[in-house]
Design a protein around this ligand. Sequence first.
Ligand code: KIV
Length: 271
Amino acid sequence: MSVHKEVKRVTVHVVQAMKMRGEKISMLTAYDFSMAKILDAAGIDVLLVGDSASNVMAGHETTLPITLDQMIYHASSVVRGVKRALIVVDLPFGTYQGDSKKALNSAIRIMKESGAHAVKLEGGKEIEDSIKRILSAGVPVMGHLGLTPQSIYKFGTYTVRAKEEEEAKRLIKDAKHLEKLGCFAVVLEKIPAALAKQVSESINIPTIGIGGGADTDGQVLVTHDLLGITKDFHPRFLRRYLELFDLIKEAVEEYIKDVKSGDFPNENEQY
Ligand code: KIV
């Protein structure tokens, strides 16, 4: 018998089965090989190559500027670091809205050029043609409702969405519609916990919450927020597990001190 331990890959069917048996789904963002490797080794179920890379990696104020080529670069780096997790990639702003052929081409480029497993699109009924066309090519689609950062200039702020009844009703309708179209899961961002619970109970596909309370089928955070690399971002929904900005800064200060004093390198650190 082989001693090689096969890694069982997480697929879209695995995450759907997790919902059915009440097992919570863990999801985090990743944009590069090294971080993806760590998160995968820790046992994360789903890695999202989010367009939040536009903020976190490139320093833009919004997610709008990131391009398809840049998303493919991030996604292919993540794919090379991962053995187990399901890898989902955001279709960036302007690559799928209002033109389903363009949407399909964008999704195909991501799948072919990065080796990722699924794509994520922001929106409900208004993007159904794009979703249908992508699904018809056999590409799994994750939806994203609630606060959809690619529409920030329509919303005006990053505050909680769907607090009013009309928007809440529309969101429930959109979630059911995404399920009917064939999406395998849906992200619910920054909506009231009671609404996220109601949505999660009304559809059979998994809901992944960020700022949607404890009753969604899974949770997602931006890894750089969870690790405290982004220092000045303090939304109520965020739990920080490390203060990495400070830890890295302290280590680098020490290195600078050692270089300046001539303490580094010592005789064991040279040839
Ligand atoms: O881009 C991203 O990181 C996301 C998550 C916040 C869900 O879409």
